[in-house]
Design a protein around this ligand. Structure first.
Ligand SMILES: *Cc1c(COP(=O)(O)O)cnc(C)c1O
Length: 582
């Protein structure tokens, strides 16, 4: 039996479970009111002093509220199963209640002192998420962020801290005549070598701070290295999949690396990162003397929902470390797909393919992971998380504390170890409550996601059967469906025009939502050539336009609901195809 048949989990697209939800909501309000009524019961009561009859009256508040609600009634109904657009859907009732319960209390997670309960809830929620992705929760560290972009920045901050230490040691040893090795190899030396050399040469924090590019700025370091070592200051690069999610150029920009510091790696014909392509980029970086700040693999690409071969990247990096002593930070951007790991835990099995299961199963070997509970976690915005396997990977160069931070040992983040200052405690409480009701395993949350994967396969077949001119991309590794529109012999540019017409028809029909995405030939060349070849067309454009649908709505469960959506889909597509100019 599916979870959403249980009335407590979702409100329903037609508010079918309104009664259960209203009961829970009333309960939350009652307890919230009661808590205020009984706490400090001896205190005098507050009686609002009337300033003016209208100002702040309940009627005036309701008036304003009604204006807001009227505006919101025009919003895109993402709760409906007709919404197949972006990576968003309805939120679950436990997540919503967890979020709201915290809002009525102390929702500021700036520090342990500021929020006692919220900070221990955060630890518990991070432990739950860490366990879901396969980390040992005891040594794991992490915290909630306002989303995946911020979580990615948190990872960059930590990777940079590590690289900066290793590089500072290299500069120090070379200046003192203890090393001839290139700075590239020091930048990747690994903690055991670092600690050994620091001990052997009796170095302390102060010695190394002198050579920290983070503390002194790369301009100063660049001058110093040029004058005293006759070397170039090694500006690091990011190695990211060729599709380069916009958060990486942003990160480079914010952390002061140039635009050319983000190097795209080759994608295979499925649109996944290719470990061989990655290796050749590492070699190029070494040849250019540019340290690799981090390698990013993506679990659930924004365009196609593909899962990069994290396991392949892990074994490549293992070989680099063992055979060449090159240790590179590996970040898994699992903002979208991280929750799919719930299907791998506990009993029940996973609908994911064996290779995807192997890829997700390798996440615990990475140095850092981004998760977005506000995507497949059905948690209200804004809720992301960064998780790392241990305290060493959690350390950052902080602005107030010593260079070698001790606070990373603590389980709890503090304002100095998070990029954000005040953070919302609503994410932790929403994740915590939701996992209480729907455990993050195949019997709980994973069941919902398994169901989405099944429905995705069904709708894929439905769309493919509408007409010959519908040109399906290979099924995604998760729950995204993409297709183009082309007749036999069409060039890529005329196919793109037809696809755009179909997207416009979706937009104008107001029956169903879908999104549009563009794949550039530069990164998706193999995929595009293969696809265009299926209709014997010419590749005469720089990109392929596709219709993209994300199938994550929890209500697509019973057959008749999937059939209903299938019919809308078929009709909308058929009408759009009929309207295409001949
Ligand atoms: C959504 C997403 C992000 C960005 O997350 P936000 O929560 O929108 O900031 C980053 N990477 C991937 C792969 C994503 O899917």
């Amino acid at each position: 039996m599916g979870y959403q048949q249980k009335p407590g989990l979702f409100i329903g697209p037609k508010a079918e479970q309104a009664e259960a939800f209203a009961g829970l909501w009333r309960h939350l309000l009652e307890i919230t009111i009661q808590r205020r009524q009984t706490r400090f019961a001896v205190d005098p009561e507050w009686a609002p002093v009337p300033v003016d009859a209208e100002l702040g009256s309940a009627a005036a508040v309701q008036d304003a509220l009604d204006s807001l609600l009227a505006l919101l009634s025009e919003e895109i109904p993402t709760f409906s199963p007709r919404y197949l657009g972006h990576m968003v859907s309805d939120v679950s009732v436990p997540a919503l209640l967890g979020h709201m319960a915290m809002l009525f209390e102390n929702a500021n997670l700036a520090s342990r002192e500021a929020a006692i309960v919220a900070s221990s809830l955060e630890t518990e929620a991070i432990n739950l998420l860490a366990t879901m992705v396969g980390f040992d929760p005891h040594p794991a560290r992490g915290h909630f962020t306002s989303g995946g972009t911020l979580a990615n920045f948190e990872a960059v901050w930590r990777a940079r801290y590590r690289l900066d230490h290793w590089l500072a040691l290299g500069v120090c040893l070379k200046l003192r005549g203890h090393s001839e090795a290139p700075l590239f190899s020091w930048a990747h030396c690994g903690w055991p070598v670092y600690h050994r050399e620091v001990a052997r040469h009796g170095l302390n924090e102060k010695d190394l701070m002198e050579y920290s590019g983070v503390l002194r700025g790369s301009l100063a370091m660049s001058r110093l290295v040029a004058e005293q070592l006759q070397e170039e200051w090694p500006e690091p690069v990011f190695l990211v999949p060729g599709n380069k999610h916009y958060s990486w150029p942003k990160a480079a920009n914010i952390f002061g690396f140039g635009r050319e510091a983000v190097w795209g790696c080759e994608l295979d014909e499925g649109g996944r990162l290719s470990p061989e392509g990655l290796l050749s980029r590492v070699n190029e970086a070494e040849a250019a003397g540019r340290p690799v700040l981090m390698i990013v693999s993506v679990a659930g690409t924004t365009e196609l929902g593909m899962i990069d071969p994290v396991d392949g990247v892990v074994s490549l990096l293992g070989r680099l470390a063992n055979e060449r002593g090159v240790h590179v930070w590996h970040h898994v951007d699992a903002a979208y797909g991280g929750y799919l790991c719930s299907t791998l835990r506990g009993q029940g099995g996973s609908e994911l393919s064996p290779s995807v299961q192997r890829a997700l199963g390798a996440i615990p070997q990475a140095n850092s992971v981004t998760l977005d509970p506000h995507k497949l976690g059905f948690v209200p915005y804004a809720c992301g998380a960064i998780i790392v396997p241990d305290a060493v990977s959690y350390a950052v160069s902080s602005i107030h504390a010593p260079y070698l931070e001790e606070t990373a040992e603590a389980k709890f983040p503090s304002w100095s170890t998070t990029l954000e200052g005040s953070r919302a405690a609503t994410g932790p409480s929403a994740v915590w409550l939701s996992a209480r009701v729907m455990p993050l395993d195949a019997g709980g949350h994973g069941r919902l996601l398994n169901q989405s994967l099944q429905v995705t396969r069904r709708l894929y077949g439905v769309i493919a059967a509408v007409a010959e001119d519908i040109r399906m991309l290979e099924p995604s590794d998760s729950n995204v469906i993409c297709f183009a529109v082309a007749s036999f012999g069409d060039s890529l540019s005329s196919a793109n025009q037809k696809t755009e017409c179909v997207i416009r028809a979706f937009r104008e029909s107001a029956e169903l939502s879908a999104t549009r995405t563009q794949l550039g030939c530069e990164n998706y060349g193999d995929l595009i050539c293969q696809l265009v070849n299926t209709w014997r067309g010419d590749v005469d454009a720089e990109q392929l336009t596709v219709v993209r649908m994300v199938i994550m709505n929890p209500y697509l469960e019973a057959d008749y609901l999937v059939e209903g959506i299938s019919k809308y889909l078929t009709d909308t597509l058929q009408t759009a195809l009929d309207a295409l100019p001949a």
